[in-house]
Write a protein that binds this ligand. Structure first.
Ligand code: UT7
Length: 355
């Protein structure tokens, strides 16, 4: 069976930064509370569409793989915050990148989107239905935040990450894959305001979350999924070089590592700088982990995630020989002179006026 191997990686993190102090200036919270309960110090706010971030991340991943846009035969965009409901945001990315030979599709599995995308890419490559896939996780989640709901608004941020997957030439690539869902728990993490449920009942866009219930399920499912993915790969925790988890909350990551009896030094985290970027968090973390030398040639990388649905999943990927990018791209977002706080204040004002 052909295995999908990661040959390119990249990210796009918008420049406007929103700090905990900024949030404390618009709602009843504090840097101390946010840091101690989540590990987050700041997050990014996008001034432009989701597909713009996805395109920039995708361009970097293509360059790192040494490929042209026309080489890609499938674009999978994992997101729950697309530019529009119709068409798929992946189609905008396809046009902006010029992946003229590619199919394009969005995938919504909440924060587990990247892992679900990886499982689909593995399937497409295994069957020969695709040879070179661009898998992007990208979220512009800030417009969905209710800045009057402090327990959710402080957790999320915007950004995009991407990988290129190609058929492995050696024994590298996706060694195992496990994904699952429980739709009976859909209500514990949901969004209002967009979708047919709101026809005739217009309400502002906003995320609603039962934080404690999500936390409880996250720790259990992240631990079980990671253990299952390792078992299927016939590996032990000592064989893992680095765990790249969905960056939901530092306390969830610590609890997961403890549950797995995994040395904390093997767990990659960057939540302190980006918050929870949903489906973008794993590919952003992966591209930073590679640049920081945390991924070694031939090493085993364990991915695990959990999110709205509820959904969960994990995968073990054996890295190939190369941890250096083959090329670089100068793709970047259009400049902005607005700060993260200014962008949030604009959003709050628009929501106030339309309410
Ligand atoms: O990708 C999956 C996405 N979701 C998640 O990962 C979320 C998972 N859940 C969590 O991360 C945590 O449950 C939270 C960070 C959301 C909340 O942490 P917690 O330790 O479960 O706090 P809590 O909800 O039990 O609230 C404790 C207190 C409450 O005050 P009282 O009732 O004890 O007086 C809250 O009102 O903290 C208060 N609180 C805040 N205080 C200051 C809630 N949010 C804030 C805030 N600033 N931002």
């Amino acid at each position: 069976m052909r295995r999908a191997s990661i040959t390119g990686w990249g990210r796009c993190t918008p420049e406007p930064v929103l700090t905990n102090e900024d949030l404390a200036s618009v709602m009843d919270t504090s840097d101390e509370w946010i840091t101690s309960r989540s590990g987050i110090k700041e997050r990014r706010v996008s001034h432009t569409d989701n597909s713009d971030m996805a395109t920039v991340a995708g361009a970097h991943a293509l360059a790192a793989a040494g490929l042209e846009a026309a080489d890609i035969d499938y674009v999978i965009l994992a997101t729950c915050t697309p530019d529009r409901q119709i068409p798929a945001a992946a189609c905008y990315v396809q046009a902006k990148l010029g992946t003229v030979n590619a199919a394009a599709v969005d995938l919504n599995a909440g924060c587990t989107g990247f892992i679900y995308g990886l499982s689909m890419a593995q399937g497409l490559i295994a069957t020969g239905a695709a040879d070179r896939i661009l898998l992007i996780g990208s979220e512009r989640i800030t417009p969905y935040l209710d800045f009057e709901e402090r327990s959710t608004a402080v957790l999320f941020g915007d950004g995009a990450g991407a990988v290129v997957l190609e058929a492995a030439k050696g024994d590298e690539g996706v060694l195992s894959m496990t994904v699952g869902s429980d739709g009976s728990l859909a209500g514990v993490l949901t969004a209002e305001g967009v979708g047919t449920s709101f026809v005739g009942n217009e309400v502002p866009m906003r995320i609603i979350m039962d934080g404690r219930e999500v936390f409880r399920n996250a720790v259990t499912q992240m631990g079980e999924s990671a253990a299952l993915a390792l078992k299927e790969a016939e590996l032990d925790f000592e064989d893992v070089d680095v765990l790249i988890p969905h960056q939901a909350n530092l306390r969830i990551l610590d609890a997961t590592a403890r549950r797995l009896d995994l040395d904390e030094s093997k767990v990659y985290t960057n939540i302190v700088r980006y918050g929870n970027t949903s489906a973008a968090s794993i590919p952003i973390a992966l591209s930073e982990a590679i640049e920081e030398g945390k991924v070694s040639p031939g090493g085993n990388v364990l991915f695990v995630a959990f999110g709205a649905g509820l959904t969960w999943g994990a995968s073990v990927v054996r890295w190939g020989d190369r941890v250096e990018a083959l090329g670089v791209s100068d793709a970047k977002l259009p400049p902005t002179d607005r700060t993260g706080l200014e962008l949030v204040l604009e959003l709050m004002e628009k929501k106030r006026v339309s309410a």
